[in-house]
Ligand binder design. Structure first.
Ligand code: SF4
Length: 96
């Protein structure tokens, strides 16, 4: 059975409000610096927003974002969390 992934590239129906970007009943905050390179970030006007997580800053506050397509967290021998950038080829393979 084949799985089809639908990647959101346009925040259709999104509307800028005083609180943030209103999209699908949620208020989205702009992505943060650590989201740079993530394929889930979608541009809207002059900012980028994440349809997977409304508050990117909060997501990164608790560690590596588990939805991120550009980095992956691993735990080393001492139990420290390491952030590894994913190579472009691996990212391409994941998108299949
Ligand atoms: S999935 Fe995570 S890393 Fe990617 S844009 Fe959203 S919050 Fe940022």
């Amino acid at each position: 059975m084949s799985k089809t992934k639908t990647k959101i590239t346009v925040l259709e129906g999104a509307e800028m409000t005083a609180d943030g970007l209103s999209y699908n009943g949620a208020i989205l905050s702009p992505v943060v610096e650590k989201c740079e390179g993530c394929e889930r970030a979608v541009p809207f006007e002059d900012q980028k927003f994440c349809p997977s997580y409304a508050q990117p800053a909060t997501k990164w506050k608790h560690g590596v974002c588990n939805f991120a397509t550009h980095v992956r967290a691993t735990v080393d021998k001492e139990g420290k969390v390491k952030v590894n950038p994913l190579k472009a080829s691996k990212r391409a393979a994941r998108g299949r």
